[in-house]
Design a protein around this ligand. Structure first.
Ligand SMILES: Nc1ncnc2c1ncn2[C@@H]1O[C@H](COP(=O)(O)OP(=O)(O)O)[C@@H](O)[C@H]1O
Ligand SMILES: [Mg+2]
Length: 323
């Protein structure tokens, strides 16, 4: 990790992806900690709906904005549900404004309510918050503890779909423009102006998606690390993820192997068979990882004897990650 960041000094955004429970939050926080120690002003942002930064810092930061945890080290955990509620209210207000109604028609209300259950809504809210942070934050580094990869990648796919969609609408709109005056007279209250407002809305959504999608593909400023542990399922998952990323042209900066039982334990007297077997199993998978992803390995972090929580433990993780 140290080598990677030192030889890519322009890296500004660092993302951690991978399945849940393997160490994204832990390694994101450790990375933020290390950069902060190295004189960078850093924010670590969790996009996980679970209150994970609150856990690791042992401080309630959920929904509280950017909170300073140590000198130069800030943490941000957004309340996606609250954002979704704000969205919904915005949509209601727009409907009221556009159509000059005071009551939201029942069908619209049903639709607005059901949209909150869409996973894409939470992702959209998260990406919104990310873009807002990146464009206004003023940090040297932004560390993103990402939601499980499937969602993030699918969302990027949406950027392309939305692109096509917006282009179609713009085209149609241009054609309609020739009849614009007639249309607005016919509709009685500026039909095209309403259409434009919707178009603006789509353009706005598209610009945010584009921002994230460009950021994720920009190898100079962005590093994307994938976390796994030496077990079969995570290895298979990582292989699949790598294929998915390359299909979406998202470069991967490396993988980090976490929760590795220290082999030195075997040198102690009376090692229980249970532990010996676990270590042997992990070492077998370490070999597989080496064969599959060798040149991509950026770090190997040991399994600690307790959950890394609190700054003291975070600093220990950082030490081994940036050895
Ligand atoms: N190297 C490690 N040693 C011991 N426990 C770890 C290690 N890395 C992560 N953990 C613990 O494993 C759990 C999952 O880690 P976490 O970073 O929250 O994963 P994710 O964010 O990917 O879901 C947490 O309880 C965390 O404290
Ligand atoms: Mg997490």
């Amino acid at each position: 990790m140290r080598e990677y960041l030192e030889s890519n000094p322009q890296i500004k955004y660092i993302l951690f992806g991978g399945k849940g429970g393997l160490g994204k939050t832990t390694l994101s926080t450790a990375t933020a900690y290390w950069l902060a120690k190295n004189e960078k002003k850093v924010v670590v942002f969790s996009t996980d709906p679970q209150a994970s930064l609150t856990d690791i810092f042992e401080t309630k930061i959920f929904g509280k904005g950017e909170v300073e945890m140590a000198p130069n080290l800030y943490a941000l955990e957004i309340d996606a549900d609250k954002r979704i509620e704000e969205y919904q209210e915005e949509i209601r207000q727009k409907i009221r404004d556009m159509y000059g109604v005071t009551e939201i028609p029942e069908e619209c209300e049903d639709y607005i309510k059901s949209s909150a259950a869409e996973p894409a809504m939470a992702e959209s809210a998260t990406f919104d918050a990310m873009v807002q942070l990146m464009t206004t934050g003023g940090y040297n580094n932004y560390i993103f503890d990402m939601m499980p990869h499937g969602h993030a990648v699918r969302f990027l796919g949406m950027a392309e779909i939305l692109d096509t969609w917006v282009n179609k609408i713009v085209e149609t709109r241009k054609k309609a423009g020739e009849y614009g005056d007639v249309a607005s007279v016919l509709s009685g209250k500026g039909g095209l102006a309403e259409e434009d407002q919707m178009l603006n809305e789509l353009e706005f959504i598209r610009s945010r998606l584009d921002f994230v999608s460009k950021m994720m593909r920009d190898k100079t400023h962005t590093a994307f690390f994938y976390v796994l542990i030496p077990e079969l399922m995570p290895i298979l998952d990582t292989k699949k993820a790598l294929e998915m990323f390359s299909a979406f042209n998202i470069p991967l900066s490396g993988i980090i192997v976490n929760q590795v039982y220290p082999v030195e334990l075997l040198e102690q007297p009376n090692v229980p068979a249970f532990l010996r077997n676990r270590i042997a199993m992990q070492q077998g998978y370490m070999k597989t990882i080496d064969e599959e992803f060798g040149p991509l390995i950026r770090g190997v972090v040991p399994m600690f004897d307790r959950e890394p929580k609190g700054l003291e433990m975070i600093s220990r993780v950082a030490e081994s990650l940036f050895r």
